[in-house]
Design a protein around this ligand. Structure first.
Ligand SMILES: Nc1ncnc2c1ncn2[C@@H]1O[C@H](COP(=O)(O)OP(=O)(O)OP(=O)(O)O)[C@@H](O)[C@H]1O
Length: 527
């Protein structure tokens, strides 16, 4: 693939300067330039032999071959794999020495040298002797919105796009995406377009040959196809250690919790809207939501991200813990790096207590958790220089957290998210959850709540509604079997569905647990 160097201006000017091209010229360039410069691409994995000698020989051959094409760029992909022994733990001194020598020894008689560019996504794994043999080090950050737009416009230049497709909008929705992600986005969108057209025009399916002809003829990719592809990619990403994504939870989806909403918005929205306040250096970047499970902590954080048009990176504490030495700390570092790349961003740490328990008490022999907590503290302290990344932590057990986490400048704002104990707040939640349902006119939400236990979390009310929905679905299926209803008619929930569900509803937080949470709340309110 051609890589447009203007996306990475620093790299662009260095390459042009070294290749002897006019310095400071403003036109855009490609890695494969028009001035008779070739790129000789070598995947370093293919250079790894069974023995040090074999690897050394392959490396030498690669350099000799590149020399034949000069002036050229020798692009060594994933250079960190060279100079590692076979189990990738220790270093292979022989290969490192050879590579260093090849990098440093250039034929001065050549007017245009072979320019060696090494690429890596793990700079910490590149042996120091190899790293220091390179003259320049260019860190390629995740592309900005403008660069993403420019990438999209180049990659879609030959694609027939629907009129309503806005590349600027797509660039805004793809914070944190890199070039590879855009290539995947395009192939997923084309596939979605193909599936859509086939389903519409050829419901019976196509023969293999007809399908090939159809694909060759081309078809327009619409905004909805990009939407499908983006959802697929975001889902795939979030299977790994979370990927930033702008959620679609509105305040209407959150019932009650007015006070908590206000506290969060004051902490996050105010500094974003009034950056002049930031210059005083008094802004918070961390907020801790605590309270019983299912009270809407995650939902609240998502709603804030949606309202402030921020990307949302959700990470569950245990997901970051890894058995390999140093990997857990690196996972923590990566989360913050991803968030910075997708700024403005909210990092939501769910189950924070499992990621940052009190140090010295976690009981793991290698002190892994202590190191993770220290890394997390360092990253939180570093947030003061990156103004657009906020951290929201959520936990059911704030008493288990390392106290250093709650010091000023870190998670210094604690907000209790409790269960709904009065019918008024329960009604607000029930109205929010049933907002998108089709209800029979006989449904009276207040009467339903009177039949429910006195103390309910948001998740309990959600369970009540999904149970009522199941009753309605069962009834509809029965009616359809009897020929009394059709699949296309809307699913309507009746009062009877809700009453059946209410009779079965068990509160998820017991009286005893509630008492414990109240004690915790009192303890932290007094701090
Ligand atoms: N205030 C609320 N308004 C509407 N729905 C709510 C509310 N609180 C909770 N819910 C519903 O309950 C579900 C679970 O809530 P959520 O995951 O936000 O709770 P949580 O406090 O983060 O739980 P946990 O501590 O177990 O992670 C939500 O998906 C939502 O459907």
């Amino acid at each position: 693939m051609l890589v447009r160097l203007s996306w990475w201006p620093e790299l662009y000017f260095k390459v042009r300067k070294i290749l002897g091209m006019v310095e400071g010229e403003q036109s855009e360039g490609y890695l494969v330039d028009t001035q008779n410069t070739s790129v000789y691409l070598v995947d370093c994995v293919s250079l790894c032999g069974d023995t040090s000698g074999a690897t050394e020989e392959k490396v030498q051959v690669a350099f000799t071959q590149a020399q034949q094409y000069h002036p050229c760029v020798l692009l060594l992909k994933d250079i960190e794999v060279l100079g590692r022994d076979r189990d990738r733990q220790g270093e292979d001194a022989r290969v490192i020495a050879t590579l260093r020598q090849l990098l440093l020894d250039r034929d001065p008689s050549l007017s245009h040298p072979v320019l060696v560019i090494g690429t890596t996504c793990k700079p910490q794994d590149v042996p120091t002797d190899v790293q220091t043999a390179f003259l320049h080090e260019v860190k390629i950050e995740a592309p900005s919105e403008e660069q993403r737009r420019s990438m999209l416009s180049m990659l879609t230049a030959s694609l027939p796009l629907g009129k309503e497709v806005s590349l600027s909008k797509l660039a805004r929705r793809t914070a944190g995406f890199v070039l590879g992600d855009f290539c995947a986005l395009l192939s997923h969108s084309s596939r979605a377009a193909c599936t859509r057209i086939q389903a519409l025009s050829f419901p019976g399916g196509l023969s293999e040959e007809a399908e090939r002809d159809f694909c060759t003829a081309g078809f327009p990719v619409l905004e909805e196809d990009f939407g499908v592809a983006l959802d697929q990619l975001h889902d795939a990403h979030s299977q790994a250690v979370g990927a930033p994504k702008i959620p679609s939870v509105s305040w209407q989806d959150v019932g009650g919790l007015q006070e908590v909403k206000k506290e969060i918005l004051d902490t996050i929205q105010l500094p974003l809207e009034h950056p002049e306040l930031l210059s005083l250096g008094l802004c918070r970047s961390g907020l801790l939501l605590y309270g019983p499970p299912g009270t809407g902590k995650t939902l609240l954080a998502k709603a804030v991200a949606t309202t402030c048009a921020m990307t949302f990176l959700s990470v569950k504490g245990p997901e970051l813990i890894n058995m390999y030495v140093g990997q857990s700390e690196e996972n923590v570092r990566n989360v913050f790096a991803r968030a910075r790349a997708a700024a403005p961003c909210i990092i939501f740490f769910d189950e924070l207590d499992s990621l940052a328990p009190s140090r010295g008490r976690s009981g793991d022999s290698g002190g892994v958790m202590d190191r993770v907590v220290s890394q997390l503290l360092a990253e939180l302290d570093g947030l003061h220089s990156t103004r657009e990344v906020f951290v929201i932590g959520a936990t059911n057990r704030p008493d288990l957290l390392d106290p250093a986490l709650l010091r000023p400048g870190r998670f210094d704002k604690l907000v209790y998210v409790g269960i709904n104990e009065d019918r008024e707040s329960q009604l607000q939640v029930l109205s929010a959850v049933t907002r998108k349902f089709k209800l029979d006119p006989s449904v009276n939400l207040t009467t339903i709540l009177e039949k429910c236990p006195a103390q309910l979390t948001g998740a309990d009310i959600y369970a009540l509604c999904s149970d009522a929905m199941m009753c309605a679905v069962k009834r509809k299926v029965e009616w359809m079997e009897e020929g009394l209803d059709t699949e296309s008619s809307a699913l309507i929930l009746t009062m009877e569905d809700f009453l059946q569900a209410a009779a079965r509803l068990q509160p998820s937080v017991s009286e005893q647990e509630l008492l414990r949470y109240r004690l915790i709340q009192q303890k932290f309110a007094a701090c």
